[in-house]
Design a protein around this ligand. Structure first.
Ligand code: C2E
Ligand code: CA
Ligand code: CA
Ligand code: CA
Length: 276
């Protein structure tokens, strides 16, 4: 049935039974996907708004399912979180991204890599796992950025704090993702060992049309700078928005205007094309 509301009209809605089958296929298929090499990491560059230099990449998981086709994380991440399998994904993405960072580093490119964490991964053992992975790949900790969503570091999640502090002590940078969508107060952010805030793309996408969104973005940039944080805008799709962000003093841009997330090989070609 067609759906009302924003977004494209969907002519086909899977039935509840089909959705349950798909979910089951994801739950059962994840283990084999890891061992059979069906997981991928795509990399989306981030650029400085001032000098327009490439600063690093964000690692985004993809699953090439043999029957279901290319799957996006918005579908499989919540399932893996619910079944306690998310740690396997985090380890895979961390390993792949650090291997890539090492390759780029060896070619003289000091690119940071940002890995998305689910709060569920932030247990006591996680910082050791990260330290071991950095060591194994010989990547300096300051090149690794760990992204946790705003809701993940909300005041109710005090238990995640010790792990965040240890990761920070290792030298990794921490970013609060999807900022603006949750309830985090300024006062709370100040207590976290955070270096970066990423403005949620919903506000950035709205900047072209909604004056309210422009005001929200400006407020986050100012607040972030007051706290000494680097401010990243994601979802930058137009040159007009990029200019507005640069005028506000926002530090970093990420979005389709610069590049879509790309497989490592394509990203390397893209980087080479910039150097020409
Ligand atoms: P996110 O961390 O907020 O990542 C940004 C998302 O915005 C990505 O979607 C990216 O492809 C998309 N995006 C980038 N630029 C633009 C733009 O200009 N316009 C628009 N409309 N979208 C843009 P993607 O790759 O589908 O990932 C969705 C979410 O899945 C991520 O949101 C993140 O929360 C989660 N995710 C991805 N990889 C992982 C992972 O390895 N582990 C965990 N726990 N979560 C992951
Ligand atoms: Ca992210
Ligand atoms: Ca985000
Ligand atoms: Ca998101």
């Amino acid at each position: 049935a067609a759906r009302e509301g924003s977004g494209p009209v969907r002519c086909y809605e899977p039935s509840m039974g089909e959705r349950a089958d798909r979910r089951l296929a994801l739950i059962r298929g994840f283990g084999p996907a890891v061992t059979d090499g069906h997981l991928r990491v795509h990399y989306q560059p981030t650029v400085s708004l001032e000098g327009r230099t490439v600063l690093g990449v964000e690692a985004l998981a993809r699953w090439e399912h043999p029957e279901l086709g290319a799957l996006l994380p918005d579908e499989f991440v919540p399932v893996l979180e619910a079944t306690g399998q998310i740690g396997g994904l985090t380890e895979f993405v961390l390993d792949e991204s650090l291997a890539a960072a090492r390759r780029w580093h060896d070619r003289g490119m000091r690119l940071s890599v940002a890995v998305n964490l689910s709060v569920g991964s932030l247990d006591d053992g996680f910082p050791d796992l990260v330290a071991a992975a950095l060591d194994r790949h010989g990547v300096p900790a300051e090149l690794l950025i760990l992204e946790v969503t705003e809701s993940g570091v909300s005041a109710e999640r005090e238990y995640a704090l010790p792990a965040l502090r240890r990761l920070h002590a290792l030298g990794c940078r921490l970013a609060v993702d999807d900022f603006g969508t949750g309830q985090s107060s300024l006062a709370h952010l100040r207590r976290l060992p955070v270096d970066t805030v990423k403005i949620d793309k919903s506000f950035v996408l709205g900047m072209g049309t909604e004056t309210g969104d422009v005001a929200v973005v400006r407020a986050i940039v100012e607040m972030g700078h007051t706290l000494g944080l680097t401010v990243v805008a994601e979802g930058v799709e137009s040159a007009a928005v990029r200019t507005a962000l640069a005028d506000m003093g926002c530090d970093v841009a990420q979005g389709y205007l610069v590049s879509k997330p790309l497989p490592a090989g394509c990203l390397e070609q893209w980087l080479d094309s910039l150097a020409e």
